[in-house]
Design a protein around this ligand. Sequence first.
Ligand SMILES: C[S@@+](CC[C@H](N)C(=O)[O-])C[C@H]1O[C@@H](n2cnc3c(N)ncnc32)[C@H](O)[C@@H]1O
Length: 410
Amino acid sequence: MAEHPAYPVGLRLSGRRVVVLGGGQVAQRRLPALVAAGADVLLVSPGATPSVEAMADAGEITWVRRPYEDGDLADAWYALIATSDPVANAVASAEAERHRVWCVRADDADAATAWTPATGHSAGVTVAVLTTDARGRDPRHTAAIRDAVVEGLRDGTLVAPHHRTRTPGVALVGGGPGDPDLITVRGRRLLAEADVVIADRLGPRDLLAELPPHVEVIDAAKIPYGRAMAQEAINDALVQHARQGKSVVRLKGGDPFVFGRGMEEVQALAEAGIPCTVVPGISSSIAVPGAAGIPVTHRGVAHEFTVVSGHVAPDDERSLVDWPALARLTGTLVVLMGVDKIGQIAETLVAHGRSPDTPVALVQEGTTAAQRRVDATLATVAGTVRAADVKPPAVIVIGEVVAVGRPAAG
Ligand SMILES: C[S@@+](CC[C@H](N)C(=O)[O-])C[C@H]1O[C@@H](n2cnc3c(N)ncnc32)[C@H](O)[C@@H]1O
């Protein structure tokens, strides 16, 4: 049987009976894909791992708690034989052969009539890698090839132009806090497919250097806006480039909807009738404290965290923040865009009841090579910011979580 290469095929298992014999690690690894394919899975096994049991409890598979019996495979379209008893496996495989049911053998690939390829998914395609014969099977090698292909498609180093399903219009992509590894897989793929990228100053700027030369990269801060507002000029640029039939990525720092004005861009595109895809990003409000060793919540310390913009002072009439109410909270406050106003913010919090000893940390340029953390308290933070010359961008964390995980002084 092993003289010829395997014939690759995609089984459409929706609603079709698949019998799995054995509820151990092999079943645990294979069942999710069978369930995702819509198969009507019957598991026959006296025992199962907790994850497999959970799938049965959730109704994703049917579990018959007994050893394999002759006849179990009669109605199957496909079978996975993975019990710990080689004799039962051989008997079941003979039954599969009698009923002409394609079957995978976990214990003996040579005796199987089907092999499971190493699979991965990217951008609507499944990559499946098989070795050509059972004797040459090297699962680690096939998995490595699968990983190389999937990873290459995801990060754009393997370029496979779309001819039918290129994402039209504009993708509003949250690029994460700065480390190029912290963009989502989807964001990175869309970036690799873009004709035009309009990028902010914050976010994963290093990724721009990797783009092929034909991609037009526009610095959002440098779009001339004449009599219009800067944001209107950005909205216009998005609309103009998309109208030329180009794939446009609007690359933003963090998440597009956390102080990112993302919705204004979505609305402008909707008004212009241009399709827009929003790709969430990892927000600096959580990731930057985390990168500096500060959890925004911690059991027994903080049961809430509040993310606030500090771009206007607490007494500024444009401020929409109820600072006295925030001062009464006991949880964590995360302040973005607050370096310039931190003195007034700290004063207001103390004036309305927060202890002056409340720990504060400022994390500048988080997740990048230039990341640094400066610690203070509400009483000292204004002076510390000046003395340490803390500059934006920085995330300011106020609350007892700052002290969690901080090495004890001395
Ligand atoms: C206009 S807001 C955008 C926030 C972004 N949409 C997000 O979800 O992270 C910009 C502020 O985010 C914070 N910020 C963003 N990236 C940062 C980083 N890498 N390190 C420190 N602060 C950062 C700073 O407070 C900065 O002033």
